[in-house]
Design a protein around this ligand. Structure first.
Ligand SMILES: [Mn+2]
Length: 279
């Protein structure tokens, strides 16, 4: 049986090489029985940059861009950014409204590499959950922040880099508007899109197997003895066989010292030619 798997990403022009690496991995690990429709949400990406990515389309993998300026512009002033985050982080909140043809959508950050077909992930039954995601394992300092600032427990807090979005629920309950209202009330969030998503979807999250979003910054947390149980065991299990490796945090394969997990990135990045390895 052939499945259509709608996959949505978001990128500005500068981040497209990273998106290209992720997409290459999606194509190369896709099994014959799935059809991917990959949509990249953007505002004002040049025709040339767009074309280079769209040309990666092939049989059973359709790649297209959606310029969402008209949707985002009215809210632009309210979408604050910090650290290395850009406004594109918020685009995932609009996915329900942008894709009325789908009741469920897989959202992926650009800084990921897949190691297997994603149909099984897509077919996860969300039931009444608003979103499916993987717990963002917390260091003791982060456990405190999540409790104090968000009034959530670290064990219920997910990372927003890989999300199975119940778009039917997001539309019916206008969750994008709820997210915007929360953002207005909380001006100094550390991970704005992710913090708000967690507060808005609280108690309505389906927790996915950790291997679907292995956040590599926990490698450094573990090295610094900053990961405690149960997160330490959960992370060790996940990283032993990642299904999606996520180059989370500002540490990226192209700006960090050589590391065995960077190979997941370079095996696709080098042939594509967008990045060159620093020796
Ligand atoms: Mn990410």
């Amino acid at each position: 049986m052939r499945y259509v798997v709608p996959i949505v990403m978001a990128s500005d022009e500068g981040y497209l090489p990273c998106a290209a690496v992720a997409i290459r991995s999606l194509i190369d690990t896709k099994k014959h029985d799935s059809i991917y429709h990959i949509y990249i949400l953007c505002t004002g990406v040049s025709e040339l940059a767009r074309r280079a990515i769209e040309d990666m389309s092939q049989q059973d993998v359709m790649i297209s861009f959606r310029d969402i300026s008209a949707w985002i512009t009215p809210c632009f002033a309210k979408l604050y950014t910090r650290a290395y985050f850009t406004k594109e982080m918020y685009f995932r909140w609009w996915i329900g409204e942008l894709f009325p043809e789908y009741d469920k959508v897989l959202y992926l950050d650009c800084d990921i590499v897949a190691t297997c077909d994603l149909s099984a992930l897509y077919q996860t039954n969300l039931g009444g959950a608003a979103v499916g995601g993987v717990i963002d394992f917390a260091t003791p300092a982060v456990v405190c922040r999540i409790a104090k600032q968000l009034h959530l427990q670290a064990e219920e807090y997910i990372n927003s880099g890989v999300l199975l979005i119940n778009t039917a629920v997001w539309r019916a309950e206008h969750l994008k508007d709820t997210c915007l209202a929360y953002l207005n009330r909380h001006e100094k969030l550390i991970c704005p899109d992710q913090d708000v998503l967690n507060m808005v979807c609280r108690k309505r999250i389906l927790y996915l197997n950790g291997r679907w979003n292995v956040q590599w910054h926990h490698l450094w947390d573990r090295q610094d003895n900053q990961l405690e149980e149960p997160f330490l065991s959960m992370f060790s299990f996940s990283i032993s066989a990642p299904k999606i490796l996520h180059f989370s945090s500002q540490i990226k394969p192209w700006n960090s010292p050589p590391n065995p997990y960077s190979n997941y990135f370079w095996q696709y990045a080098e042939p594509l030619g967008y990045y060159s390895k620093k020796e």
